[in-house]
Unconditional design. Structure first.
Lengths: 448, 522, 522, 448
């Protein structure tokens, strides 16, 4: 087997050195009954690279790649152009096949990029500090709620109806254990009056902006209301590129920002791996989940970086840890930070503008289609349309025409009756004029 | 794998360098590299995106007022920056990486190629299911490999790493108990357990009750059985355990646990020792996470990403979280909502958005298809063989707390052989860095004093193991002979000497700030 | 670019090391690595190919009798081997690479991605033309960029590198002269010319006649004109020349050459100085090769591959070699045979199999489309600006043989500033290695004593140039102050000290041999 | 522009330091008339990566990739499966963006792999020494002829009719200058009696095996005849993988071996870049073209490698050099040597067997098609069929059916009347049963 360097001669020499009769002798502690042979597994044997390549390529060919069709899906995952340099660099052996930087003397590469990543995330979100990543935006949101409950010693979390339903369910799944989770009604295209619901049992309010329908939310009044009641505002961002054009949550009073970083440096990957961004105020530092990299000096007086404040973490604090997370999103952080380094201030703002301009133009054209209306007065690169028929049917119809028309709201919220006709549409810098033309005419035909 | 020495910050005294100073500060192929924020300048960019016309009217009056504060670098500068940083890292590709409990095995390049096929890398989690049948087929094939290898009927695919899998497992157990109309609050966890186990138990709303270890490194089965009771929801055992040993009384413990109405959660981080030879399902396990990034080699550079699918027994299967993958006449479908649940399904909730770490799934299935069942079995045997070879070759000069062995895929040593030498486990491990090796896991598991946990994996040749053994033997003999030069203040030959972790923790500097702004921490 | 110090083998005396010896021989992240032949063992392989049944009947009785003698390695070992080797190399991606005459500029990653598109990388040179119209379009687009940038009517695409382009150019000239019923045997080549120029002239069957340089580093135009005569076939001039200067009297020389019935071949290796600003066609040039791997950044790691298309004047165009790309109603077509020649075409022959370095063409066109005409112009200006900045910043401490400048894309220094210091050009260059830099080109061009030719290219930031200048200034001042520590026996901080080239040449060991066999050379 | 690190501020500061008014001042030596502006170039301006990616991807999509169809072309370029590790490793920055190892202290990586490459080539060909590569097989053959002329001080080179016509034309183009080149008649499927033509003016005979039709040639009698007359035998190999199964030229008396190395580690690339292999006898060393890497020691006594015997080369010997070559095929050698290291003895011989088995099975089936006959009694992975009609027409017809049926001999030798109906067909380990089925039935239909 090409990946296994031991020869049979090596194996017998090693057994001899060990003084074991055969390999079975090494499995002595395993109950005999529990040792099974090859026949116990109805699975194939070793295959060469060519054969495996063929098998998987055939599977892949059964999917419609986003790049192979006019494509308008968003709702938490966004297709952006990632420069070739990013994928080249993250495949550097020293990045790809290293692990958590436990030995800082031989892991400065990883530690420094994580330090730079933390800085970039803090800058983007307008917060004071950020960690070295969590799994993704949804789990980061759940961690944020738990952290708010710890900080406020209160139990109630209020989730905006505009929060991505998958995020809401993820939060409920863990936060219900430690307290109560309230979800406000879904108000497509409008901001619900969440401030009114905040009481002195409220640990936090969780508001996504742009929300799941694409609507841009003004967090300032909510932050005020929350702070007035001693609660915290958790701002959620699912399209990180929006922060190139929209006021950052930190500037609007957010106490914790939980975001999905996939939009920068990372591909769609059918849902993962993505990268959870987590930023907050310095004063909350010791309640933060996840790893933190800090600057220090080595014995020679040279600047260097180390994992720090580990006393928050499971391997030190065990059941008292701020989170159980260990493995995080290392390589995805790397892709994120490289892409953002390439963009820089100039490139990032141009990218954001290009996205908004694309989406605005498309929204204008689609909302002119007879029977179709735009229900999100404000948005970044994603908006929601009200169609005369069920959105799911329309999407399926357009799919047969080779157009991936977006995400029907009903897929995310089947129980919301008035979401049935809503279609969530995203456009990015990768969307072409031809894509838009195809979409507009196909939609016009489908709804007529 | 976590290193408890991280929890005991070290603050080395400054040492003077006997190196020839260079004008540039760089040394041959070793370049110092500043932060991107110190390199970049405004106006520069590494991408060319046209400046488009755009009106503010659709931004709800919330257009960003100030700049983000990002530095501007050209592509050549960015590439040089990361290439230089990478050269300061150790990696599997560069040498043996014996980090116990982390299974740092070879990451095949084919896996990377497959994960980048547009049909996998460029598909959206919410695009119409008719357009992702290949992706769903892949997930279903992987599920089949995982359930077959573990001998378990079901698997939940969405957990994003081992710890996330632990949470998924415990929440499934919680739901199963609730469905029985019971409430059980206690979870038994061995003191040798990995930190994520107690942390997860607490996160899942349980109290943690520690089970002691026996003198031979196993879980004290009697103590465990004694602790069982009506309030015990589950035990969380690692098997092979964190001492690198298989729990001989595991079935007996499983039976006792089941008799007590509790469930058996197994931490599968060490599955690489037994895959293809032993089926956890045959051991009475109810739930076990599998770290695809360990056992099935998905690269997790810098600490991630991972994937932690959880295999489930028939008793727990109904409570698996959403989404659920089902197959019908029209092909595969993801059930994302309770309204469409198949008969009997009572999902406890959702672990995360979408349906898990697809990128890791592609790599793991590529690994499995490449190895095949026979190759996976051989890999486990080689991993165990290599660990035992190391144990057998070093036990006379280092101290193996649990004697002669055999061990499983990891060889555990304690620091008693260093007693009186003035050389600590930390010194010993750091000296390995100068020798061109990544240190073993130190100070874990906690049940052993000054633990050194060595996991060679199946990816090393005998020649490579022999070189490693030779170095460790020589170091051990030198230490015992009181020759400390190699150890004092090691490493000396790495990009950095020991770093001051105490200072880092006392005055945290967690981000770069423009010179004019004070560091927030000060 | 060639380094004449290679021709003056150096044999350093052994130096003793003050380094702390390690047990392994490795030092931190710097690993020593044996030859694959010393690592591998029989029976092992890094690929899994099924063993198929096969009969000998169709092998004409010539089945291989013995084994090849290749070592067997697993994939992890192979990857580790090459990763470790790579870490012993300097590269553009790691630092400034001021190797004069080589234009070591940034190699964009997009170019690599495009070259790997199956539609380019996985097409066969002889598959039906209907199935490669995209590939032929690409070649035709590249031809358009090359002819437009050079202001020449035609281009021959098949030459595989600069030297091959030189040969192509001279054979075109030879054919043109023959077509005129003449025979001309002499080619005028400046003494400052790159070695490939005289070598190519000889290869093409001409005799070489050297033209001296003036004291200011230009070709002596008067001497050249004096040498012109009925037997002169062509002059081979490099412009900008190898001293990094533009030939001010170039048009005058071109006119004289044409008046004498000869042709003007220009070595275009230095096109990066003028691309987008000056069109060689406007200078009276008849043929010029373009090193796509220099000016247009196609990577040539380890010394290749390259591509050397040759642009041709109207006078020479008809004699371009096969194949010829033509377009008609059915699209593009490669004319590979004389039978199908278009009117007037009299190809002199064929340079190689198939139609040139397609992989390089894709990269070069990607580079051109990315830069655009404006970006290419800017790149040339920045290259020239950077070289002049270096010249201006160092001329007071180092010695610039041709004074104040301005220069083009290269700054040339001689070793007179080292006179009496005991430090040689070689020492000075080797000391740069310890500072983290690749040395400049040394001992070329030959017209300058102890030449140091610095070509920063347009890929360096001002900060990077300033650091480099600071290091060179400090070194120059130290050398003059008689502080030789940094220079004696440099480099000290690289993977190797100076190597014994004399021994290597005296007893050539050009391949590994099994221990039992004696080294053939002994 | 993303690749240019200088800002306008930098530029003016630098001009100031230089003391130049503007950039034009630096182009002082250029005749004013020769300085042109942007308008002189009818070419596009800077484009972003996304746009360029789109343009080229569209072009690429206009080609039929070999992997996307049943594919049977060979005739000098062969499609083999290259393990993913190869492309990953050659893209290591330290390999990809380094240059000729002129500074051995910081180029040991390149020097060592070239030393290993030289050894592998010597082993494969059965020769004593090999160089560090030439451009490709055809130019290597031309260099071999020139070297033979130098060594024997004779002028005549006899080229076998079985030599790839492109190779023959390449040789003629340069060797005619220094001497005379004779080509023997083309005898498809048979070995011409070349020995008879060797006389005492003959510098060398050039024989390809397997020849352009796939026929395996016995070089032993030719070597004897050549040596008897004081001439040299130059053996040419266009499919290097064949040496995993066939007796190497060195074992059959060849004096120089010139080969195309593309088949190992390198893709089809529409004809280039490829890698020229060049091996010979130790005693001819000093007449060899191209770079050589040799083993030596450094000042610390450590083993190391350097470029050596450069006194043969253009940069030292100038007009007296053995060749004008400078840039060679570095990265392609690297791909070659990595792939061969992965294969090893075992993998390489299995690969060769798999190829021959594939081709044999296909040849059997195709020659059973009515009107079709196999004219090459022996072959490795490529053979020639005689068809009842012109091969070109058949190939075009099958192309419309999505099958790339091979290379019509007429494409390489339009003047050979009796080559018109000959089709040169190659099959490798990448050829599937489905590919063969499709080919066989489509051919049957086309010729009926
Ligand atoms: C024994 C053990 N359990 C659990 C974990 C947690 O797995 P993960 O890091 O994938 O969350 C680890 C990983 O370090 C481990 O070693
Ligand atoms: C001035 C000059 N001419 C010609 C050449 C030869 O070009 P190539 O190496 O591409 O054959 C070079 C390359 O080093 C050169 O610098």
């Amino acid at each position: 087997m090409r990946y296994l360097p031991l020869t049979n001669t090596d194996r017998s020499e090693m057994l001899a050195k060990i003084g074991a009769r055969d390999i079975d002798a090494l499995f002595r502690d395993v109950p005999k009954a529990a040792i099974v042979g090859r026949s116990a597994f109805d699975l194939t044997d070793t295959k060469g690279e060519l054969e495996v390549d063929r098998l998987l390529s055939r599977m892949a060919a059964k999917n419609v790649a986003a790049g192979a069709a006019p494509f308008f899906c968003g709702a938490g995952a966004y297709r952006h152009h990632v420069p070739a340099a990013v994928d080249h660099l993250i495949q550097r052996s020293e990045f790809l096949t290293s692990y958590t930087p436990y030995q800082p003397e031989i892991a400065q590469g990883t530690l420094q990029y994580l330090f730079e990543f933390q800085t970039q995330v803090a800058l983007l979100t307008g917060m004071e500090v950020a960690n070295a990543s969590l799994y993704d935006g949804s789990t980061a949101t759940a961690e944020a709620v738990l952290m708010a409950q710890r900080l406020t010693k209160r139990s109630k979390a209020i989730l905006s109806g505009g929060l991505h339903p998958h995020y809401a369910e993820t939060v409920e799944t863990v936060a219900n254990l430690s307290g109560e989770v309230v979800r406000t009604p879904v108000t497509p295209g409008n901001a619900e009056d969440i401030a009114a619901l905040i009481d002195d049992k409220t640990a936090c309010v969780v508001v996504q902006s742009p929300d799941v329908f694409g609507l841009i939310r003004d967090l300032r009044p909510i932050a005020e209301a929350a702070h007035a009641k001693g609660a915290l505002l958790i701002a959620v961002v699912t399209e990180i590129v929006s922060l190139g054009l929209i006021e950052p949550p930190g500037a609007m009073g957010a106490d914790i920002v939980a975001a999905e970083g996939q939009g920068i440096g990372n591909g769609l990957n059918f849902g993962g791996p993505y990268v959870g961004l987590f930023a907050t105020r310095e004063k909350f530092l010791r309640q933060m989940p996840g790893r933190l990299v800090g600057e220090t000096q080595d014995a020679g007086g040279k600047r260097g970086y180390v994992l720090t404040l580990s006393t928050r973490e499971q391997h030190i604090r065990r059941e008292k840890a701020t989170s159980n997370i260990c493995t995080n999103s290392g390589l995805c952080c790397l892709a994120f930070t490289i892409h953002l380094s390439l963009l820089g201030e100039e490139g990032f703002s141009r990218l954001a503008r290009a996205n908004h301009a694309r989406a605005s133009a498309l929204a204008d054209r689609l909302s002119k289609v007879k029977g179709v209306s735009l229900i999100t007065p404000s948005f970044f690169n994603e908006f929601t349309l009200k169609l005369p028929k069920a959105a799911k049917g329309i999407v399926d119809r357009l799919t047969t025409k080779g157009i991936i028309a977006g995400v029907p709201a009903s897929r995310l919220m089947p129980h919301e009756a008035d979401a049935a006709n809503l279609l969530i549409v995203a456009a990015t810098e990768t969307t072409t004029d031809e894509d838009c033309d195809a979409f507009v005419s196909a939609l016009a035909e489908a709804v007529s | 794998m976590t290193m408890n020495n991280q929890g005991r910050p070290t603050a080395p005294g400054t040492v003077e360098s006997n190196e020839l100073p260079t004008i540039s500060g760089d040394r041959g192929l070793d370049h110092e590299e500043a932060l991107i924020f110190e390199i970049g300048r405004s106006g520069m960019t590494g991408v060319d995106i046209p400046q488009v016309q755009m009106s503010d009217t659709k931004l709800g009056g919330l257009r960003r007022k100030g700049p983000v504060g990002l530095p501007g670098l050209s592509e050549p500068e960015v590439i040089r920056h990361y290439v230089r940083l990478s050269r300061m890292n150790y990696a599997i590709d560069a040498g043996l990486y014996p980090l116990g409990s982390c299974t740092m095995k070879h990451n095949p390049r084919l896996n990377e190629k497959m994960a980048r096929l547009p049909g996998f890398g460029d598909v959206h989690p919410l695009q119409p299911e008719a357009t992702v049948q290949g992706a769903l087929t892949l997930i279903s094939d992987l599920m089949r490999w995982l359930t077959t290898l573990t001998g378990m009927p079901a698997v939940a695919m969405s957990p994003k790493a081992g710890a996330h899998g632990e949470l998924c497992g415990l929440l499934t157990i919680r739901a199963a108990i609730a469905a029985r109309g019971e409430t059980r609050t206690r979870i038994l966890v061995p003191e040798s357990a990995h930190g994520t186990n107690p942390a997860t138990a607490a996160l899942a709303g349980f109290t943690v009750d520690e089970v002691p270890a026996t003198r031979d490194g196993h879980v004290d089965a009697d103590a465990l059985e004694a602790k069982l009771g009506p309030d015990v929801a589950a035990i969380m055992l690692t098997n092979p355990n964190t001492c690198g040993l298989f729990e001989p009384r595991i079935k007996e413990m499983a039976d006792a646990v089941h008799k007590a109405g509790a469930y058996f959660y197994c931490d599968g981080a060490n599955f690489n020792a037994i895959a293809g030879r032993v089926r956890p399902g045959d051991l009475g396990i109810d739930a076990m996470h599998i770290n695809l990034h360990k056992t099935f080699s998905t690269p997790h550079g810098g600490g991630g990403p991972g994937a932690g699918p959880v295999v489930l027994s028939a008793a727990l299967a109904p409570f698996a979280p959403l989404p659920l993958l089902v197959q019908d006449a029209n092909g595969f479908r993801m059930i994302e909502d309770r309204a469409e649940l198949p008969a009997g399904a009572q999902p406890f909730g959702r672990m995360c958005a979408f349906h898990g770490q697809m990128g890791m799934f592609v790599r793991a299935l590529t690994y499995m298809l490449s190895h095949g069942a026979d190759g996976i079995r051989q890999a486990s045997e080689d991993a165990v063989l290599s660990a035992n070879y190391i144990l057998a070759s070093l036990k006379d000069v280092m101290s193996a707390p649990f004697g002669e062995g055999p061990c499983m895929h990891e060889a555990l040593f304690d620091d008693s052989f260093l007693e009186g030498t003035g050389v600590t486990t930390l010194d010993f491990a750091k000296a390995l860095i100068d020798e061109g090796y990544h240190p073993m896991t130190m100070y874990f598991p906690l049940v052993v004093h000054g633990a050194m946990l060595i996991e060679p994996t199946e990816s090393e040749s005998k020649e490579s193991l022999d070189r490693f053994i030779h170095v460790l033997r020589t170091m051990a003999l030198e230490a015992k002979a009181g020759e400390r030069t190699r150890f004092d203040g090691a490493p000396r030959l790495a990009p950095r000497r020991r770093l001051d972790e105490t200072a880092a923790a006392r005055k945290p500097v967690l981000r770069w700030k423009p010179k004019d702004l004070p560091q927030a921490a000060e």
